[in-house]
Write a protein that binds this ligand. Structure first.
Ligand code: PEP
Ligand code: MG
Length: 619
């Protein structure tokens, strides 16, 4: 096999095909079950790829020449950065859905390789403890990973899953550095024959960036899970995938025909005729579905009864911008600015923030960008913000009920002032709105507005051409208090956005990140729906724009209900826009209204779910 678009990559080691047995009878079909990770079915010859083993590291090795080790480390970092940049250059050839996830992850890796706690730790281990560069890298990345895992395990639920992912990121960067220190080659999937089913023990997230979806039709692995980074990326690439199919690598052979059904989680090795016929129908159906969604991107989100909806994108990282542009989203309904403060030791200053916002606003080419000022506190921590003095009180027993979001910003207004100033500076690049997180009472909005106007006056005095009216200042409705006070808030906020992720948590008293109570977390609980209805009607009475930007906005089953409750604007993860658009283009407002009417009489989640499911299936 030819490999080598990059000197850093070596051909994957392929497992040798076992010798043919005397009788040439067709092998019996082998079925394995794994995690259904990426929808779709594919058929193709297997290629097993195993990584050449990572170099051994001598745990007892010490150096008496730390400068030499530091120089080797610097070189390995430089090589790693170059590799990551090359991976980033390859993003353009990936389907747009893939660019977002992989781009975001590469950005995280890039930051880790910049001045970071990781680098400081490695440096200290070399200089202070006399470790070799390899050992220092391994010890430091492992210690950061372990610290994350034990914090995550203590919190449980989504936190544990997020900690697993973050720990994986540290280990991945550690392995990359160690390989580069020893010049051990990486595997490459770039020259595999078209139509291949990739079979591996495990895929690292960075491997996903090497996968060319025009050559690899499916992925099946022995390990991994459907919520890890690799899974998220393969989902973005749209390659049918089954992860964690135990027994796979022992039983699959190079060249064996495989069926991978990412919708059911089945992997079949040496499928029989009947299985193949079913799989072929699945392949055709999947291709038709993707094509139809692609065509929708350019069409308006209009109901059959004529009303036009606004479908916007939620953005967590600038790397997602290409996908937003291609998803058919009409603007950004929620730019979460926390990314600016993550993996950073210092706060980005006003000019740097302004440049980042201006770039995003400029890319949206006239569509509005809604920038939410940083929503920190609760369970989220940032070194940069904590160093800037923005931290919660030590005695908070329930962090979600303590200093968080706007409360925290008003307690330490310098961060808010900087962010307002940066957004106002960037606002000359195009239409923008400013959004405040976690508002509970009207006076918080008033206080923030005063700061906003004060910052604007200062900038005007300095000659910034801000025009007569400032970008609209609006609020997120994420607490029952805000939803119930919708009229009062809508008189003073220039727009409202319902954040159902937190609204559900605060209404039902159920932690959104806890596995223990996950079965009680229901954004479709009638209590949550009543608050959505109340605040939507309040906003409409006050002629204020209102949207919904929680996760349910991207659920095509739920959107008809939300339309029936009076909402016309939704912001969701960019990849959900085409699916939601497909559904709304087949809806009439009258049908949505009738659905909402029936749902609002329901007294429990089961009833609500069954009503919306019946509506979705037309029964
Ligand atoms: C929400 O709470 O619904 C929301 C959109 O904000 P986040 O998920 O960032 O807390
Ligand atoms: Mg929220």
């Amino acid at each position: 096999m030819k490999t080598t678009d990059s000197p850093d990559q070596a051909p994957p080691r392929r497992r040798r095909r076992p010798r043919a047995t005397a009788a040439a009878a067709a092998p019996a079909e082998i079925r394995l079950a794994g995690d259904a990770t990426v929808r779709g079915v594919a058929i193709g010859p297997a290629m097993l790829v195993l990584e050449s083993p990572a170099p051994d590291i001598d745990a007892t090795a010490r150096t008496d020449d730390p400068d030499h080790e530091l120089a080797r480390l610097a070189e390995a970092i430089e090589r790693s950065v170059r590799q990551i940049e090359r991976l980033r250059d390859r993003l353009a050839i990936l389907p747009e859905d893939g660019q977002i996830e992989i781009g975001s992850l590469l950005e995280v890796y890039r930051r880790m390789l910049g001045p970071s706690r990781l680098q400081r730790g490695i440096h200290d281990r070399i200089v202070r403890d006399g470790r070799t560069a390899e050992l220092a890298v391994r010890e430091e990345t492992e210690s950061l990973a372990q610290a994350l895992l034990s914090d995550g395990a203590a919190s449980g639920g989504e936190d544990a899953a997020a900690a697993q992912r973050r720990a994986g990121e540290f280990r991945e960067i550690g392995q990359r550095l160690v390989r580069n220190l020893g010049r051990t080659p990486f595997r490459s999937f770039s020259a595999v024959p078209p139509g291949t089913v990739l079979v591996a023990e495990q895929l690292r997230p960075a491997d996903a960036a090497l996968i060319d979806p025009s050559r690899i039709v499916a992925v099946a692995t022995e390990e991994g899970g459907s919520t890890d980074h690799t899974a998220i990326m393969l989902r973005a690439l749209g390659i049918p995938t089954v992860l964690a199919a135990h027994g796979l690598t022992a039983r699959a052979r190079d060249g064996a025909t495989m069926v991978v059904d990412g919708t059911t989680g089945q992997v079949v090795i040496d499928p029989g005729e009947e299985t193949l016929a079913i799989a072929r129908r699945g392949v055709a159906e999947h291709a038709r579905e993707r094509q139809a969604l692609g065509r929708l991107r350019r069409l308006p989100a209009r109901l059959t009864s004529g009303e036009k909806l606004q479908l916007q994108a939620n953005l967590e990282l600038p790397a997602e911008l290409p996908l937003v542009a291609q998803s058919g989203a009409s603007g950004i309904g929620l730019l979460r600015t926390e990314f600016l403060f993550m993996n950073a030791e210092t706060m980005p200053d006003e000019d740097r923030q302004a440049a980042i916002y201006a770039e995003i606003i400029g890319t949206m080419a006239g569509d509005t960008t809604t920038i939410r000022v940083v929503d920190w506190g609760g369970e989220k921590h940032s070194e940069a913000l904590e160093r800037a003095g923005l931290h919660q009180e030590g005695d908070t027993i329930n962090p979600a009920l303590g200093m968080r979001g706007l409360r925290l910003l008003l307690r330490y207004p310098a961060v808010l002032e900087t962010q307002f100033a940066a957004i106002l500076k960037a606002s000359v690049a195009g239409p923008v709105r400013v959004m405040l997180p976690m508002v509970t009472v009207v006076h918080e909005l008033r206080e923030a507005r005063e700061i906003y106007h004060r910052v604007a006056r200062r900038l005007r005095r300095k000659g910034l051409p801000l025009g007569d009216s400032l970008p609209p200042l609006g609020i997120m409705v994420e607490t029952p208090a805000a939803a119930l006070m919708g009229d009062a808030l809508a008189q003073e906020a220039e727009f409202l956005a319902i954040g159902t992720n937190d609204l559900t948590m605060y209404t039902l008293a159920v932690d959104r990140a806890s596995a223990d109570v996950a079965s009680l977390y229901h954004p479709l609980h009638p209590a949550v729906l009543r608050l959505i209805q109340a605040v939507t009607e309040a906003a409409l009475r006050q002629y204020r724009p209102i949207s919904l930007c929680g996760e349910i906005a991207g659920d095509p089953r739920v959107v008809p209900l939300l339309v029936g409750l009076g909402l016309r604007s939704f912001s969701m993860t960019a990849s959900a826009v085409p699916r939601v658009k497909k559904v709304v283009r087949a809806l009439s407002f009258e049908d949505c209204r009738r659905l909402a009417h029936r749902v609002m009489e329901a007294s429990d989640v089961a009833e609500v779910t069954s009503l919306i499911d019946d509506f979705a299936t037309g029964s």
